[in-house]
Design a binder for this molecule. Structure first.
Ligand SMILES: *Cc1c(COP(=O)(O)O)cnc(C)c1O
Ligand code: SF4
Length: 432
């Protein structure tokens, strides 16, 4: 072997005296690379002058940050095609703002009752507890807030979020996100989890972090002893490419699993990074091997500066077609579009229903077999009298289906609504 690895080169270039412990996450945080010439110097590569010139403007819009660890994953011999490079280094294409691009594509600000909370769904909230990260993903959907010094959150902001949850009994699931919540110190994480876990109606806490991918050494024994105190904690990470699943990240995932924390993963479908059925299949299979359940595969959204990362939705459907039936069911994420205007996540899948009659459903499988499912000849529908129901539901425990919304409302027998009609059309205005 003899040849120095990327890691060794980067480490010795950062600390000329050989000081610093590569396995200490604090060393990485102290040495996050924030300027482009420095990043190239550490990698030992010379980019073209136009690359540096074009990037200055891009970086004034969204900063650069990479941990030495994540930087070390880049293949210097072919860096322009490297998925880690593409996720972390700016491209002049980020300046190419398309007509339909939006600053806040998911309308999160409109659904934000207090600064740190997005409350879009009935029983759960997104709680943005920290607006910076150890590494900035060029494809970040919250570019408008993440890495912006104007948006630094105070303890008061966090308390305001906690108070909102306390005062909103319908919230049974709290999703900590950001930025990266694991940028907070252990004591602060402990305090925050404690405050939330104490709220009687909160049943589940989820934490979304990219640390297992970009700084796996952040998963320390101290942090795990904080996590162990909270029994209904789930963690979701953000692996996008099989190459990110390294020995170090596997160790971090193992530690989290061994601390009893269920793990999930959310990926973003990115042109030129992972938009290939073989890459995604390899990714999800590797994740499952290390006890991480693929949760969502996101269609890249309409945030400004992401146009070069977008694929057609058809690419996502093609990828789903290549997974469903072809590999283990629990390796298969749900493919979603987080729809513009605050419509939320909409799941997309290839079609498996070919046709229907009153007594038969014609289906196709992943191999192309077309088959018939005969509907039951007799089926006793429930008569909506839950008290008389024989299905052993503990009525005290289960939420009532009193106010159905959306299609559920049209399907419901307790609500007389027969159509959902958009109100601001010409025709509706004429009617008034
Ligand atoms: C994604 C998201 C959630 C969580 O949605 P799940 O489908 O339950 O994972 C909650 N709130 C907001 C605003 C979200 O974007
Ligand atoms: S880790 Fe998440 S919040 Fe941070 S830059 Fe990446 S996508 Fe954005």
């Amino acid at each position: 072997m003899g040849a120095k690895t990327n890691k060794d080169k980067i480490k010795s270039r950062i600390s000329h005296d050989g000081g610093g412990n590569w396995y200490d996450y604090r060393w990485h945080l102290k040495n996050i690379i924030r300027d482009l010439p420095r990043a190239f110097e550490l990698l030992g590569i010379r980019p073209g002058q136009d690359f540096l010139r074009d990037s200055t403007e891009v970086l004034s819009k969204f900063p650069l940050a990479i941990t030495p660890y994540y930087l070390s994953l880049i293949d210097v011999s072919d860096y322009m095609n490297d998925p880690v490079f593409k996720q972390s280094f700016p491209s002049y294409k980020e300046l190419d703002v398309k007509h339909n691009d939006m600053i806040d594509p998911l309308s999160e600000d409109k659904d934000s009752p207090v600064k740190t909370i997005v409350h879009r769904y009935p029983d759960r909230v997104l709680f943005n507890v920290c607006n910076y990260c150890s590494m900035y993903c060029r494809h970040c959907t919250r570019k408008r807030k993440v890495g912006d010094s104007d948006h630094v959150l105070s303890k008061k902001d966090l308390l305001e979020g906690v108070k909102y949850i306390k005062n909103t009994p319908r919230v049974r699931d709290v999703l900590l996100s950001g930025g990266d919540p694991l940028m907070l110190e252990d004591e602060k994480i402990d305090w925050l989890l404690g405050e939330i876990a104490r709220i009687p109606h909160v049943e589940v806490i989820r934490l979304g972090t990219r640390m297992p991918v970009v700084l796996p050494f952040r998963i320390t024994d101290d942090l795990l002893s904080v996590f162990r105190k909270y029994k209904s904690l789930w963690i979701n990470s953000h692996f996008n490419h099989p190459k990110e699943i390294t020995g170090a990240s596997i160790m971090a995932l193992n530690k989290l699993s061994e601390a009893g924390i269920p793990l999930g993963n959310q990926s973003v479908l990115l042109s030129g990074v992972n938009d290939c059925p073989r890459i995604i299949k390899n990714l999800v299979q590797k994740l499952v091997k290390h006890r991480v359940r693929p949760y969502y595969l996101y269609q890249c959204d309409l945030a400004e500066g992401l146009s070069h990362f977008r694929t057609p939705i058809g690419k996502g459907i093609e990828i789903m077609e290549s997974l469903i039936g072809h590999t283990s069911g629990f390796s298969i994420p749900t493919y979603v579009v987080d729809a513009p205007g605050g419509a939320g996540k909409i799941p997309l899948t290839p079609n498996y229903i070919i046709s229907w009659s009153s007594d038969k459903v014609i289906l196709r499988n992943y191999e192309g077999i077309i088959t018939t499912y005969r509907e039951p000849a007799r089926y006793l529908n429930c008569n909506m009298d839950c008290d008389a129901c024989k299905l052993h539901l503990n009525m005290d425990d289960a939420a009532e289906q009193s106010n159905p919304i959306g299609i559920e409302k049209l399907l419901s027998d307790t609500d007389d609504t027969i159509s959902l009609i958009p109100q601001n059309t010409e025709r509706m205005k004429r009617r008034k």
